[in-house]
Design a protein around this ligand. Structure first.
Ligand SMILES: NC(=O)c1ccc[n+]([C@@H]2O[C@H](COP(=O)([O-])OP(=O)(O)OC[C@H]3O[C@@H](n4cnc5c(N)ncnc54)[C@H](OP(=O)(O)O)[C@@H]3O)[C@@H](O)[C@H]2O)c1
Length: 283
């Protein structure tokens, strides 16, 4: 990965930080993102020390806000003349419905619309740097997901699990549709399930609804390093050079939710998402 530039959203902890250590250890320049500068700079120092690579940069933004995604994308474009890999990793779970500063349901906005918008804003740079890769951290929860176009934001009926499942299925559909749209540009798009991983995931949900599940499951969860393995693989391995439009778990291509293969649904989700983030539905 020497000479390559990788941007990982949510590199301050959990799977993102472990992936940053893995990719920096291979020689990549790695940009991590987080909401708090002090926390992000502390994480960058850890990543530099653990990877023995000083080329770690910090970008600060709350990605639940589209203005912040736009500002951060501008900073990334100014800082990086090329971008070889974008890892869309940030995601969260909320048991109760919350809205973002844009008035959108938090899970859908952060888990799906933020990577959708960030990728759109960085796509030209990725294409210009091709071969380049967009790797999106989805979840096995995608298999239980359903895109409810009649109530995407859970205004009529909200369940945290349903919103999470939907957002993770949206990650997979986004990946498949992106792969089709950038076909022949040299940019590939893959999604993955990291496995049940021992991180701070869902800890900031005020309801702490997942806490009992996490408490019981923690002894069986994998380490963040192990959870990041498929991310690192998809971001760097020559074995997946040119591989696009696939969903992976444990470094193997897996079948995803049947509905993710429905091109009408993925195209419709793309169109609705473009409208919600205010980017043209081009390409
Ligand atoms: N852990 C699991 O078992 C598991 C299983 C399947 C899928 N996943 C997926 O894996 C991904 C990473 O999860 P994780 O377990 O590593 O979670 P985590 O430990 O909670 O880490 C989340 C990262 O995202 C950042 N973040 C959170 N909210 C943000 C926001 N509004 N704006 C910007 N950054 C934000 C955090 O940074 P700051 O707090 O510093 O801002 C942190 O770096 C998620 O997409 C999750 O859905 C996880």
């Amino acid at each position: 990965m020497t000479g390559k530039i990788v941007l990982i959203t949510g590199g301050t902890g959990g799977i993102g930080k472990a992936a940053a250590i893995g990719l920096a250890s291979m020689g990549a320049r790695v940009g991590i993102t987080g909401r708090d500068r002090t926390r992000a700079e502390r994480a960058a120092k850890d990543i530099e020390a653990e990877s023995d690579n000083p080329a770690v940069d910090v970008f600060v933004a709350d990605l639940s806000s589209q203005d912040e995604v736009r500002r951060m994308a501008g900073e990334v474009l100014s800082a990086y003349p090329r971008l070889d890999v974008l890892v869309n990793n940030v995601g969260g779970f909320w048991a109760h419905r919350h809205v973002t500063s844009d008035g959108l349901e938090h899970t859908f906005a952060l888990n799906h619309l933020a990577p959708f918008l960030l990728t759109s804003l960085l796509l030209e740079r990725l294409v210009a740097s091709a071969p380049a890769r967009v790797v999106t951290v989805a979840s096995g929860a995608q298999s239980m997901g359903k895109i409810d176009f009649g109530d995407l934001m859970g205004e009529q009926d909200y369940s945290g699990q349903r919103a999470y499942n939907q957002s993770k299925l949206a990650n997979v559909m986004f990946t498949y549709e992106l792969a089709r749209r950038v076909e022949a540009t040299g940019v590939t798009a893959t999604a993955l399930h990291p496995g049940m991983t021992n991180t701070a995931f869902s800890a900031e949900d005020p309801a702490r609804a997942m806490a009992p599940v996490v408490f019981v499951a923690r002894p069986f969860m994998r380490s963040a390093k192990k959870g990041a393995e498929t991310v690192v693989y998809l971001a760097s391995s020559s074995a997946v050079e040119g591989v696009t439009g696939n969903y992976f778990a444990n470094r193997k291509a897996k079948k995803s939710n049947q509905s993710s293969y429905d091109r009408e649904v993925t195209a419709r989700l793309w169109q609705v998402s473009s409208h919600l983030v205010g980017v043209p539905d081009a390409r």
